[in-house]
Design a protein around this ligand. Structure first.
Ligand code: PRP
Ligand code: URA
Length: 210
């Protein structure tokens, strides 16, 4: 398994994922849980953000206090389902810039088809955190990161809710420089490229489209 894989293992995360996997969980609750988990994921993904200090006055004395260094982050959401992780991460880092890449999986070939891209012009100067709840074959995540590299991104991380071992391996081969953070590593893919045990189609579960 990739050395660049971090599975965010926390009782709150595990509990919430169980609720999300349950097919009886309604869309509104599913979205809320995804938003909550994204805060816990972001905490781990952003652990090594560069820091500097600035001089401030507390009510008692002057101090050199730690603050984040450099340009703000950019979160890049892989549409549609990435928006579920994006919302929670923006709650935590409201000043982050946001990019969107629209991709869907061709249901037969499982290849990623791009239909939209909009990212900040200065993405090359920022840490880009790409978010999508599902890393299945990794075709979508790899295609998204290829495009971001084309437009200048160099410092990239990828965050998902569930990952399949096949996807982790394929992604690590395509983008060995990009660390993966996931809330759970599932068993395998089925013959249609769905994660098992998984939670079904994340976009459909979020938006009630099936
Ligand atoms: C889902 C999911 C990922 C992709 C993962 O999107 O949100 O983007 O599948 O599968 P992969 O790793 O095999 O590429 P989907 O294509 O269903 O589009 P949607 O978010 O618009 O529903
Ligand atoms: N995309 C999803 O939404 N779910 C899967 O299990 C695989 C790809």
């Amino acid at each position: 398994m990739s050395k660049k894989l971090t599975v965010v293992d926390h009782p709150l995360v595990s509990h919430k994922i169980t609720l999300m996997r349950d097919k009886h969980t309604p869309s509104a609750v599913f979205r809320q849980l995804l938003r909550e988990i994204s805060l816990l994921l972001a905490y781990e993904v952003l652990r090594d953000l560069p820091m500097t200090t600035k001089t401030i006055d507390t009510p008692l004395e002057e101090m050199e206090a730690p603050i984040l260094k450099g340009k703000k982050l950019v979160f890049v959401s892989i549409l549609r389902a990435g928006n579920g992780l994006l919302d929670g991460m923006l709650d935590l880092v409201p000043s982050a810039r946001v990019g969107h890449i629209g991709l869907y999986r061709d249901p037969v070939t499982l290849a990623a088809v791009e239909y939209y891209l909009k990212v900040p012009d200065d993405i090359g100067e920022r840490c880009a955190v790409v978010v999508d709840p599902m890393l299945a074959t990794a075709n979508s995540a790899s295609a998204a990161i290829n495009r971001l590299k084309d437009v200048g991104a160099t410092n990239i991380k990828f965050a998902s809710l569930l990952a399949a071992p096949e996807g982790v391996e394929a992604f690590a081969k395509a983008h060995p420089d990009v660390p993966i953070y996931t809330a759970a590593l599932d068993r395998c893919l089925n013959e249609h490229g769905y994660i098992l045990p998984g939670l079904g189609d994340a976009g459909d579960r979020m938006f009630g489209t099936k």
